[in-house]
Design a protein around this ligand. Structure first.
Ligand SMILES: Nc1ncnc2c1ncn2[C@@H]1O[C@H](COP(=O)(O)OP(=O)(O)OP(=O)(O)O)[C@@H](O)[C@H]1O
Ligand SMILES: [Mg+2]
Length: 455
């Protein structure tokens, strides 16, 4: 669940903790060295002081006094003559002290020097200072028990340990909080996508940051909205389809039942059978149109554009559609001033115009005129399809390109409409990268404009 924050947290903790350990180690070394150096130089200074006293007042009493002073302090003194014979000492002479006294002292500086600094493994740290009076020469040895130094370092170590643990705890807490802050949007997004994958598209991701995470969160939100929209659209679409399929099927079923009866006259039976055929034809058209749309939707459908003279194509279309216009008592006029060339898929272009002209015919009363006019504007061609029919109310205008949308549901059903014609037109226009506009006035007529972009 919170794996990501644990991962981020551990990574940061390891990094920072390693850095802290290195820094602490360096600092510890530095402080320990300084402390040891201080101890050593204090020892040398003390030896030098004794030397000064000795050189000033060299007598038995002074020597005694020096030894007595050291008995009471935590350092020890041993004074020897030049040959190394001990004159006085403030402590028992151990083997180690004897070893140190017997070391080679040829090059010893007058201001004294350290002769043992190994505080880790030796029992003493030690210094020597030579003295010289009119009466005698010799050496003042100073010793300090290393257990005291060790104690000092131990204390230092303890302080460092406490500080180290405290720092580690504080670091861990800060990292815990930070990694949660960093991981929280990720976890939210994970939960959201999980919901999406389960089909729950109504998610709400609040987005406060404008970094990459914020962008990702925005994208997921947009995706969810889109999926939600698609879901509702699909549901509506399925509802419409089943409705559209059910109506003709009910007719077919009903009339088939009636036609089955024994005592019917032949003409009645033929009549019913004709209705059945008519409804079955409608169903076939509906299914074909749906297949068309599905193809257009899937992008499996490709258009094959070619250049051809538009007026020739319009003439062909006019031949196909003229009889139905004549039957409906509507005059169809083509205005094609110049045989412009258009780049389009000829079959699809014909399909677009047939659909639009079919509407003009269906939704116009007898005695009206429908015109198709071609105009050139810069490199674009504009094709106007104007009818003087019943028009489309402005509240319906935005929806007429939707599948199954019909302004007057019952009446356009009588006219055989399923509400798919304009949806197909829209997809075809889109596939051509063209535009389509509609303007309409109720009871005056409708004008559809196709803007065919020239390449
Ligand atoms: N020229 C027009 N004049 C008036 N109303 C129109 C016109 N063209 C379309 N409409 C309205 O828009 C609706 C949608 O048109 P569309 O062509 O998509 O469907 P249809 O004509 O009802 O059915 P289909 O074309 O699938 O047989 C129509 O039902 C009609 O109400
Ligand atoms: Mg139509």
């Amino acid at each position: 669940m919170r794996k990501i924050s644990i991962k981020i947290g551990l990574l940061f903790f390891c990094l920072i903790f390693t850095m802290e350990v290195c820094l602490f180690f360096l600092l510890h070394q530095k402080i320990a060295h300084t402390r040891i150096d201080e101890e050593l130089s204090a020892l040398v200074t003390r030896g030098n002081n004794h030397r000064d006293v000795l050189e000033t007042y060299y007598n038995a009493e002074t020597i005694q006094h020096i030894a007595l002073m050291e008995v009471k302090s935590d350092t020890e003194v041993v004074i020897t003559n030049y040959q190394g014979e001990i004159i006085i000492s403030s402590t028992d002479i151990t083997n180690e002290i004897r070893r140190l006294i017997n070391t080679d002292k040829k090059e010893i500086h007058r201001n004294g020097q350290v002769i043992e600094n190994d505080w880790k493994s030796k029992p003493y740290i030690a210094s020597v200072t030579p003295f010289e009076t009119g009466l005698d020469t010799g050496y003042v040895y100073m010793f300090k028990d290393t257990s005291q130094v060790k104690q000092l370092i131990k204390q230092l170590n303890r302080h460092f340990l406490i500080a180290g643990i405290a720092t580690a705890i504080v670091t861990a807490i800060i990292i815990l909080i930070l990694s949660r802050i960093v991981a929280r949007p990720l976890i939210k997004m994970k939960e959201a996508t999980k919901k999406l994958s389960k089909g729950n598209f109504s998610i709400q991701l609040e987005n406060k940051s404008n970094d990459e995470l914020g962008e990702l969160s925005d994208s997921i939100q947009r995706l969810a909205n889109e999926l939600n929209h698609l879901k509702t659209e699909r549901n509506e679409f399925l509802a419409s389809i089943s409705h559209e399929l059910r109506t003709p099927l009910t007719y077919i079923q009903g009339y088939a039942d009636v036609a089955k009866r024994d005592h019917l006259s032949v003409s009645d039976r033929v009549n019913y059978l004709n209705i059945i055929i008519e409804e079955a034809t409608k169903l076939t058209t509906l299914v074909t149109e749906l297949m068309n749309l599905a193809q257009l939707d899937n992008n499996t459908f490709t258009i094959h554009k070619e250049w051809f003279p538009i007026c020739d194509s319009l003439k062909k279309i006019s031949k196909t559609i003229m009889p139905s216009f004549q039957e409906a008592g509507i005059k169809l006029v083509f205005i094609c001033p110049k045989n412009y060339k258009i780049s389009a898929d000829p079959i699809r272009f014909e399909q677009i115009l047939l659909n639009l002209l079919d509407n003009a015919r269906k939704y116009s009363p007898r005695g009206t005129v429908t015109t198709v006019e071609v105009e050139q504007e810069n490199s674009d061609l504009r094709i106007f399809i104007r009818d003087s029919g019943k028009g489309i109310p402005s509240k319906d205008l935005p929806f007429i390109f939707e599948r199954f949308y019909r302004v007057d549901k019952s009446r356009s059903r009588d006219l055989g409409g399923t509400g798919l014609g304009l949806a197909i037109v829209k997809e075809l226009i889109k596939a051509h990268h063209w535009e389509i506009e509609v303007s309409s006035e109720v009871n005056k007529g409708t004008t559809i404009t196709i803007i065919a972009r020239g390449e």
